[in-house]
Ligand binder design. Structure first.
Ligand SMILES: [Zn+2]
Length: 399
C-alpha cells in the first residue's frame, strides 16, 4: 500500500473521531466529517471488515428510527510502551482502547556501553512472551484469550527527541547525548518504534484517553523527580524546533538559587524536584518531621504555583492536568500552590480548572504506548514513516 490516498485519510479521520469522542452513529460521523452518507456507509463497512470498528448499541432517537452506533474495537491492536529512567525500565502492553494487558520492570544502567542492547533485550523479552530478565507487575488476560496484533513500540525518555520517528535522544539525566535509540531498536526488533520525551508522551495519552478527548488546548504539568510540562495546542503536542519544548523545570526562579542539573542557577526544578525538596527538609531540621515536611511542601507549592501561573498566562489553555509521582503528596503541595497560582493568573483566567489525576507507576509507560496507539489518529503525520508502518500493521497490509 503506497502513501495515503484520500480514502486512507478519511478512514484515519473516522478512527480519529471515534477514538477521541467515543461511539457515534453513521449520521453523526457524516455530519462531523462533512462526508456523504454513502461514503460513510462504504468506509465504515471496510473498517468493520478490518476488525477495527464494531456496531454497538442502538441509540434511541426521538421520532425517527433508533441509530446504530459504531465504536473502535479495543482488540484491533496493541502496543508496548517503555519508560526509561536513570535506574530502571518499566514496560507495559496496552490495547488500542487503553486496557493494560501486562506490566513489567527491570533494573537498567543507562551509562553502560550496552545500554541500548539491554533496552532491546527487555522489549524482546515481552514481545516473545518469555518475560526473561523481567519482573511482572500485573498481568491481566484479554478475556477472550485473543492477543491483538502488536502495532509497534513506544519509548518515553526524560530528555529531548528531535523527531519521534527517528528517535535520537539527548537526555542529561541519563548521560545520553545523540543516542540512536530509535534506530537501534528498529534494527533489532524489526518493528515500528517511536521515541518521545516522556511528558509529551503523557500528553499523547491524555489526547487519546483523558482530558484531550474534550479539550484541544491544554497543559500537562508533571511533578516528581523532575518537573516537566507538555503544551497541547489545537489538538497537537507543541514540540518546538528541536523537540525540546516544555522544559518547565528550567524556568528561572532565583538567580542566587542552587545550581540545577542543567548547569544553570535557581531553576524551578532545583526547588520543587524531589531532590530539591529533600535538601530543603535537611537544611531545615536535619530530620524530616511532619511539620517540617508540611512547611517545605507548602513553600515548594507556592514556587510551583507562581511558575505555573506564568505558563498558563503565556499559553492560555482550557484546562491544566497535573500528573507524576509527586501527585501522591498533592494535599501538601496544594496548601501553597492554590493561593499562589490564583493570585498570579491573568484576570479572566482565575477560574481555570487545574485537575490532579490518579497516577500509578505504569502511567509513564502507558504514555509511551499511546505514542504508537495514537498514530492511526494522526492524520497530520507527526509520526512520519513509522506511523505509516503502524497503520499498515493495523489494517493487516504487508508493511
Ligand atoms: Zn535547570
Amino acid at each position: 500500500m503506497a502513501g495515503t490516498d484520500r480514502g486512507d485519510l478519511t478512514r484515519t479521520a473516522i478512527l480519529a473521531l471515534l477514538g477521541t469522542v467515543g461511539p457515534l452513529s453513521r449520521t453523526e460521523i457524516a455530519r462531523e466529517l462533512d462526508l456523504s452518507p454513502a461514503s460513510v456507509t462504504q468506509l465504515t463497512r471496510e473498517l468493520m471488515g478490518y476488525g477495527m470498528l464494531e456496531e454497538l448499541d442502538l441509540k434511541p432517537s426521538r421520532g425517527g428510527r433508533p441509530a446504530q452506533r459504531l465504536g473502535l474495537v479495543g482488540s484491533a491492536g496493541r502496543a508496548l510502551g517503555v519508560k526509561v529512567t536513570a535506574d530502571h525500565l518499566v514496560l507495559v502492553d496496552v490495547r488500542l482502547d487503553g486496557e493494560v494487558l501486562g506490566a513489567w520492570e527491570c533494573a537498567f544502567d543507562p551509562s553502560s556501553p550496552e545500554a541500548l542492547d539491554r533496552l532491546a533485550d527487555a522489549v524482546e523479552s515481552v514481545v516473545s512472551g518469555t518475560g526473561h530478565g523481567l519482573t511482572a507487575r500485573t498481568s491481566t488476560s484479554t478475556g477472550d484469550g485473543q492477543v491483538p496484533p502488536l502495532l509497534g513500540i513506544g519509548v518515553g525518555v526524560p530528555g529531548s527527541v528531535e523527531d519521534q520517528a527517528v528517535g535520537t535522544v539527548n537526555a542529561p539525566t541519563l548521560g545520553w547525548q545523540a543516542m540512536p535509540v530509535g534506530e537501534r531498536l528498529r534494527r533489532r526488533l524489526k518493528l515500528p518504534v517511536l521515541v518521545e520525551n516522556d511528558v509529551n508522551a503523557l500528553a499523547a495519552a491524555e489526547r487519546l484517553y483523558g482530558r484531550g478527548r474534550t479539550h484541544r488546548d491544554f497543559l500537562v504539568l508533571t511533578i516528581g523527580r523532575g518537573v516537566g510540562a507538555a503544551i497541547v495546542a489545537d489538538g497537537r503536542v507543541y514540540r518546538g524546533a528541536r523537540g525540546g519544548a516544555g522544559e518547565f523545570g528550567h524556568v528561572p526562579v532565583d538567580p542566587a538559587g542552587p545550581v540545577c542539573g542543567c548547569g544553570a542557577r535557581g531553576c524551578l526544578e532545583a526547588y520543587v524536584g524531589s531532590a530539591g525538596l529533600l535538601a530543603a527538609m535537611r537544611a531545615r531540621s536535619g530530620t524530616a518531621s511532619e511539620q517540617v515536611a508540611r512547611e517545605v511542601f507548602a513553600e515548594a507549592g507556592a514556587v510551583l504555583g507562581r511558575a505555573a501561573a506564568g505558563l498558563i498566562n503565556v499559553v492560555d489553555p482550557e484546562v491544566v492536568v497535573v500528573l507524576g509521582e509527586g501527585t501522591a503528596d498533592w494535599p501538601l503541595w496544594q496548601a501553597g500552590f492554590d493561593p499562589a497560582v490564583r493570585a498570579q493568573l491573568y484576570p479572566g483566567r482565575r477560574d481555570i480548572s487545574i485537575e490532579v489525576e490518579s497516577w500509578d507507576d505504569t502511567s509513564w509507560a502507558q504514555g509511551a504506548a499511546a505514542l504508537v496507539l495514537a498514530t492511526p489518529f494522526d492524520a497530520a503525520g507527526a509520526a512520519g514513516e513509522q506511523g505509516r508502518l503502524v497503520r499498515a500493521r493495523l489494517i493487516g497490509a504487508t508493511p
